[in-house]
Design a protein around this ligand. Structure first.
Ligand code: NAP
Ligand code: G4F
Length: 345
């Protein structure tokens, strides 16, 4: 019989790649969607017609219990979150509720439906529903060491990072308190042509495409010196799945181990279309964050040895893929109008 998975955050970047990966591996996949007439539900159901949907919200405990009870999943992937870091300074309570307490609500739903009570002895019920938490390298914040690994001290620099640290610890706590099969994937920045336009690599690739076609002239950015370890989302969802296939649950850092600055990303993207970035990029101090994560770089040796996971797309290829996709989209819009591009992501 095929395995069944429930994904929260299925309408997002990672949810879409994970759903495709699981369906191609023979899973029956259900996505939790929130809100009335969520337009992103239409987008993903066009992309992945085999996907099934169930209503629910990480703010609403009852809806999560009902969803887990109805779907009876073998695996739950908790990807739902408010994932844009600057928003966490604007709406810290909301971000804490969704990204922090939302994890607890999802764990409670799994615990209740599995019939788990206290005592850490692993029972059959404890392993019945396996749980993946989308933790983040943003938790390392003001980094205690470079590269960062599973044991690196957490020092988050944003309300987003603090909420993710709670989600990370509470997942580990449910593992220790109830013997639940709960894993935490500490993923470093990962991008794709499906990435939200608010994140810097996609903001850059979209602007480069528009500038190349003469539809825009300037790109406003904040801190060009920030360094990230950027990988491809399609590679990272393979790691999520592998984490839930291990005999014992654990935590894993996932990244490429390569460091690049925002300036590198800008230079590469503009070079790809034969333009000089310095003629187009302007610095907007309003885009500089109240507290910055200056540098992130993953030591993924645990994931590489235990899971046999390796990234396949490097930074240059990632930026090329994103610029090409946005150029193709911008050309379509220019030639046919926005309506014809609706079938694309
Ligand atoms: P994303 O594209 O922003 O997607 C976020 C998803 O969360 C969307 O499907 C959104 O659904 C859903 N969501 C928001 N609020 C919700 C709520 N109250 N209840 C249920 N669902 C809700 O993010 P992503 O890049 O795919 O990231 C997936 C997860 O990995 C997130 O938890 C993120 O924090 C974490 N992460 C991401 C990265 C990265 O570099 N991408 C790195 C480390 C960790 P709607 O359609 O309803 O808005
Ligand atoms: O692309 P970003 O917004 O990603 P950030 O803040 O690193 O967060 C992403 O990765 C985390 C994992 O480490 C996830 F947990 C989180 O959900 C999200 O997916 O910004 C990257 C860097 C920052 O240092 C920022 O200050 O780029 C710098 N930056 C410079 N100019 C900018 C801009 N970021 C954005 N979004 N927009 C700018 O104009």
């Amino acid at each position: 019989m095929s395995k069944r998975a429930l994904i929260t955050g299925v309408t997002g970047q990672d949810g879409s790649y994970l759903a495709e990966h699981l369906i191609s591996s023979g899973y029956e996949v259900w996505g939790l969607v929130r809100g009335q007439a969520n337009p992103r539900k239409d987008r993903i159901s066009r992309l992945i017609p085999e996907l099934r949907f169930i209503d629910g919200d990480l703010m609403d405990q009852g809806s999560l219990v009902s969803a887990v009870d109805l779907v009876q999943p073998d695996e739950v992937y908790n990807l739902g979150a408010i994932s844009f870091v600057p928003m966490s300074w604007q709406q810290p309570n909301l971000v804490t509720e969704v990204n922090g307490n939302g994890v607890l609500r999802m764990l409670e739903a799994v615990r209740m439906v599995s019939g788990l009570s206290g005592g850490s002895a692993r029972s059959e019920a404890a392993g019945r529903i396996r749980f993946y938490q989308a933790s983040s390298s943003e938790m390392f914040g003001m980094v205690a060491e470079t590269p960062q690994r599973e044991t690196t001290l957490l020092h988050p620099r944003s309300p987003y990072g603090v909420a993710k640290a709670f989600g990370h610890h509470i997942t580990r706590n449910y593992r220790e308190s109830y013997g639940m099969y709960g894993v935490s994937g500490i993923l470093f920045n990962h991008e794709s042509p499906r990435r939200g336009a608010e994140f810097v690599p996609r903001k850059i690739s979209l602007a480069v495409a528009q500038i190349k076609l003469g539809l825009q002239d300037k790109l406003s950015l904040g801190n060009l010196d920030a360094v990230r370890d950027w990988g491809f989302a399609g590679d990272y969802v393979r790691a999520m799945h592998l984490m839930l296939q291990q005999e014992e649950p654990g935590d894993y850092v996932v990244g490429t181990g390569q460091m690049h600055s925002v300036r590198d990303a800008v230079r590469l993207a503009f070079e790809y279309v034969g333009l000089d970035w310095e003629e187009h990029v302007v610095i907007d101090p309003a885009l500089v964050r109240p507290a910055e994560v200056e540098i992130l770089c993953a030591d993924s040796s645990h994931a590489r040895t235990r899971l046999g996971w390796e990234p396949e797309v490097d930074f240059a290829e990632l930026m090329r893929m994103m610029v090409e996709s946005d150029l193709a989209e911008a050309r379509l819009v220019r030639e046919h109008g926005a309506a014809l591009t609706g079938a694309r992501w």
